[in-house]
Design a protein around this ligand. Structure first.
Ligand SMILES: Cc1cc2nc3c(=O)[nH]c(=O)nc-3n(C[C@H](O)[C@H](O)[C@H](O)COP(=O)(O)OP(=O)(O)OC[C@H]3O[C@@H](n4cnc5c(N)ncnc54)[C@H](O)[C@@H]3O)c2cc1C
Length: 462
């Protein structure tokens, strides 16, 4: 039997790679892992974590304004971008060290190096100029923002990676894209006082989310002062003599801004890694093609997380890592479950959602009941904030199973996590109705919408 340096070698020290390395090492496997940039990957270094910290930072002006109705006088507040960036850096460095230490603590060996495949069992570590061998190899190299080389002036644009570390907070920004990253950054920059325009080629922001959430978030963001241009794309970006940028969008409208941020999608990191040479199949977009157990076209090589372009979320990469370890090292073939994933958009107001949107449910079920409530959350009463909350349940009229739950409003992400449990368990509207409300909360609305707002039978609204 061939003897390898490692039982498992992991390429990529992000959410998925670190989890797989740590758990496999804790099982007593000889594990090596290579990371070319910073341990923790996208989520910790330039994704979920810094993003959420910036969301918190950007919410303070509204908190200060809301305080007056509760009797507080808040002196003129000021904001220092450099302090926020420095404090964020400190926190992600702390987390980065924990990620690396956790692998080492479990007995894994960590490398600071780019890695590429040289054969089905060989990994070349460019930083060390040596090749190691492994019985099993896991590719967890994540993704990166999609560039836009066809856009004249694209060299003046930034992506989410750079947005976290701008030297100065811009006075005005244009963000192109309609996905959750574009929407979240639009709210962050607006909250920090930046004149913000969101430009999106589609008809409504946040495609694939429930249409009620999309429309109501759009309206609320515009009310706050965020300009949203749908059915529009940037046509070129030009540097002005004063150093600012002119961005021309569909229809010839010129936006003069300090930064243009492109958030038009993400691409898998599969280039220049020797994958083709080894015979690993990829999809048209360069994502690694895997079977239901995350195995690539080469028997001992596996891939998980964003690089496989299944569902690009941190908990999904982690779940796929755990399933991989079960399958490859515990003799328990386990396919990741990508059904009914609860998720949030940290817009302002926030979105929390799980299960089918109304439109998806109508396509799949002949009788659909919609329970829908819009109301002013109690916290907005004394503050005078004119912002409504939306709660919506999508129910199969025949079985009464709750198919989808959608929330727009404060703490929606926290609620979505808890709603993920009854929806995953397949509970019915009757189970929701039997559940005692927690009063006074906004969430109590979820168990007190007794009558359907409307029904949809065979696609027709009744
Ligand atoms: C702005 C932003 C906000 C986000 N917010 C959320 C959120 O709120 N919630 C959520 O669930 N998800 C969020 N995500 C998505 C989440 O970050 C990813 O789904 C998750 O990080 C994927 O984990 P991964 O292990 O597949 O890849 P990654 O975390 O991207 O890790 C891959 C690692 O591999 C390294 N690497 C690449 N190539 C090589 C190589 N050849 N050799 C060595 N190392 C290599 C990279 O440097 C990277 O560190 C966000 C993403 C972005 C960009």
């Amino acid at each position: 039997m061939a003897v390898y340096d490692y039982d498992l070698f992991v390429i990529g020290g992000g959410s998925g790679g670190v989890r797989a390395a740590r758990v496999a090492a804790a099982l007593g496997k000889r594990v090596g892992i290579a990371e070319e940039y910073r341990y923790g990957g996208t989520c910790v270094i330039r994704g979920c974590v810094p993003k959420k910290l910036y969301v918190y930072a950007s919410q303070f002006p509204e908190h200060f304004a809301d305080a007056a109705g509760y009797g507080w006088t808040v002196p003129q507040a000021s904001f220092d971008w450099q302090t926020l960036v420095a404090n964020k850096d400190r926190e992600i460095s702390r987390l980065e060290a924990i990620y690396r230490k956790n692998v080492q603590g479990a007995g894994g060996e960590t490398f600071q190096s780019r890695a590429m495949l040289v054969d089905p069992h060989g990994v070349h570590l460019l930083g060390e100029d040596r090749t190691v061998t492994a019985d099993q190899i896991l590719i967890a190299t994540g993704g990166r923002p999609t560039p836009h080389p066809a856009l004249p002036g694209h060299e003046h644009c930034i992506f989410s990676n750079e947005a976290f570390d701008l030297k100065e907070l811009p006075d005005a920004i244009m963000i192109e894209g309609g996905g959750y990253i574009a929407v979240e950054f639009a709210n962050i920059f607006h909250g920090l006082g930046v004149d913000t325009t969101l430009v999106y080629r589609g008809k409504e922001i946040l495609s694939r989310f429930d249409m009620d959430l999309r429309r109501m978030l759009h309206e609320t963001m515009e009310k706050k002062g965020i300009r949203i241009l749908c059915h529009a794309v940037s046509e070129w970006v030009r540097k002005r003599p004063d150093g600012r940028l002119d961005a021309v969008v569909t229809g010839g409208k010129v936006l003069t801004v300090d930064q243009v941020m492109l958030a038009i999608g993400r691409l898998p990191n599969t280039e220049n890694m020797g994958l083709e040479g080894v015979g690993i199949e990829m999809t048209r977009t360069g994502a690694i093609h895997v079977d239901q157990y995350s195995r690539t076209s080469i028997d001992n090589i596996w891939a998980i997380g964003d690089v496989t372009n299944r569902v690009q979320l941190t908990p999904v990469a982690i779940h796929e890592a755990m399933c991989f370890v079960e399958t490859a090292f515990k003799g328990n073939p386990t396919a990741p479950d990508h059904e009914t994933i609860a998720t949030a958009v940290f817009s302002q107001p926030e979105i929390g959602t799980v299960g089918l949107s109304e439109d998806e449910a109508i396509k799949r079920f002949s009788e659909v009941e919609i329970y829908r409530a819009t109301f002013r959350p109690m916290r907005n009463t004394l503050s005078g904030r004119d912002e409504k909350m939306l709660m919506k349940l999508v129910v199969d009229g025949a079985s009464k199973k709750v198919l989808g739950a959608h929330i727009l409003g404060p703490d929606a992400g926290e609620m979505a996590q808890l709603l993920g449990i009854p929806l995953k368990a397949g509970l019915t509207k009757d189970d929701f109705d039997r559940t005692m409300a927690v009063h006074p909360t906004a969430a109590e609305e979820l168990v007190t919408m007794y009558k359907p707002t409307y029904r949809v039978s065979d696609g027709e609204r009744a």
